[in-house]
Design a protein around this ligand. Sequence first.
Ligand code: ZN
Ligand code: ZN
Ligand code: ZN
Length: 265
Amino acid sequence: MRLTFLGCGTSTGVPVIGCDCPVCTSTDPKNARTRSSLLVSIDSKDPSRNIPRNILIDTSPDFRTQAIREGLRRVDAVLYTHYHADHVHGIDDLRSFNRIQNEEPIPCYGTTETMDSITSAFAYIFSTPGARNQQLGWKPNLTANTFDCPFELFGTDIIPVEIKHGRATVTGFRIGNGAYLTDCSSIPDESKELLHGLDLLILGALRNNPHPAHLSIPEAVEISGELKPKRTILTHIGHSVDSANQSPVLPEGVEYAYDGLSIEL
Ligand SMILES: [Zn+2]
Ligand SMILES: [Zn+2]
Ligand SMILES: [Zn+2]
């Protein structure tokens, strides 16, 4: 399995429009963060079909540029963490993958609350099937699917992990020995039970100071120390973090994500 950070920025992206702070004006590519999304490439279990299956976690507003940057040529499924705009609004660009995948529908998965919100916000996609419509023109061909327990995609277990995001409950995912928990302000004890023995924990951490809907960096470091994964990578990072210059400094075993970072698990 290969995990690639398509984006690791908070909802505004970094640089933030109109901001002249040192991070937003930095020329180091590690300080340029598109909106958060992860690509999970799973090796095919079918020897006659040796191309990997690509699962996207979220379709950020920057999905088009992320897909072009990574040379992405296939999307087999999309998992949604929640319905906030920075995690969903690139959804229309999935139509390009329908086109190169023989117009086959791409299945999208989320909780009932997440999919209800996405299907009503993007009714033009989900209210009519197919990739083309006389009134709507060329649109994505997607199916909406819900989960309330672990399920399997392409022979791999997908374990939804409920986490708190301010007052909301959103979804993290454990896939094999990796877990992706973005937009997290705390992890309930019963969800921590699902997060033992990880090789890689990806955790959202917005900034050094506390925030009501996101973990701060010190809070994320504390959770990493509690769950003891082999490696922890912080994502959904705001513009007060200068990850190019490692400020704030992180302890051993915890690091900042950057766009394009790719890890074999
Ligand atoms: Zn977000
Ligand atoms: Zn800034
Ligand atoms: Zn959010």
